[in-house]
Design a protein around this ligand. Structure first.
Ligand code: AMP
Length: 283
């Protein structure tokens, strides 16, 4: 497995691939868990060349968010990616990606980017769209892999790919969960044992919300260690608010548990089936 830190080397590496070879790409912020690895596993099956990236993207963090404390363990991540058969890992520095003089952003607008997560995190999706487009331009993947766990991110990127006519097939894969329902997240490491137990409230709230929407919020409000940010039903593509969960719909929840801000969702697909994610041991 090659580990590349500069754009110049990454572009050279990419251009050495034969044009007949299908290139898959899994972007991450590292501190890998089974959610990330499910993307890597699927991408490995579906492509001849597999490229992953590890980059904690500063432009998607707000000024009072956890950029400085975001968990990092590059040696462990590289070992895992090697084990999973990744060909190349791109690990740029922030100044490699955002050199002095950088001024050009991709700035999605409307409810999709400014409501729900976008309301709490005002420039978050501008940062996400910008880094993903830059990585796409550098890596030129045929297919790119994202998690349904970050449903609004997946919708923003799908919209960007359509709006900017990017020749990339997006694969959005189900949320991987701990056995007790907690969605796997690098940020779960912030939780102490009591908070870790309380964090299942997001999953329990989504379960309750499948039958009666308003019980989502009530379930979180009943958990003393959790502070509800939002509990909403939205259209999975436009993120326009829905009154009831008629298919397709997304049940979305965000709450702070101790120092960790956690998000989760269930997707009611157009065919009427729920995608509630997959327990890590059932993959
Ligand atoms: P991150 O490192 O948090 O930026 O995540 C990198 C990719 O992994 C994103 O596409 C996430 O949506 C995806 N991901 C994160 N957590 C999970 C999970 N529990 N299940 C599936 N995908 C996930």
């Amino acid at each position: 497995m090659r580990v590349i830190t500069t754009i110049q080397e990454m572009v050279a590496e990419r251009s050495s691939c034969a044009s007949s070879q299908k290139v898959g790409f899994v972007p991450t912020m590292g501190y890998l868990h089974e959610g990330h690895l499910s993307l890597v596993r699927e991408a490995r099956k579906e492509n001849e060349i597999l490229i992953a990236s590890i980059f904690v993207n500063p432009t998607q963090f707000g000024p009072h968010e956890d950029l400085a404390s975001y968990p990092r363990d590059l040696p462990r991540d590289l070992q895992l990616l090697e084990t999973f058969g990744v060909d190349t890992v791109f690990v740029p520095t922030p100044t490699e990606i955002y050199p002095p003089g950088f001024v050009t952003y991709v700035d999605p607008i409307g409810p999709l980017a400014t409501e729900v997560e976008g309301a709490t995190r005002p420039k978050h999706f501008r940062g996400v769209a910008t880094i993903v487009l830059k990585l796409f331009q550098i890596i030129l993947p045929h297919q790119a892999y994202f998690g349904q766990k970050d449903a609004q991110q997946a919708a923003v990127i799908s919209r960007m790919v359509a709006d900017l006519n990017l020749p990339i097939n997006l694969r959005i894969l189900s949320t991987i969960r701990e056995a007790d329902g907690l969605a796997m997240s690098s940020r779960n490491v912030y939780l102490n044992p009591e908070e870790r137990a309380a964090a299942t409230v997001l999953f329990r709230a989504l379960q309750a919300g499948r039958t009666v929407v308003k019980t989502m919020a009530e379930t979180v409000l009943a958990e003393p260690r959790a502070r509800l940010d939002y509990a909403e039903v939205r259209d999975p593509d436009s993120f326009i608010q829905l009154e009831v969960s008629h298919a397709p719909a997304l049940l979305l929840i965000a709450a702070k548990v101790g120092p960790a801000r956690l998000i989760d969702n269930f997707l009611l697909r157009a065919d009427g089936c729920w995608d509630i994610g997959i327990p890590v041991n059932d993959q």
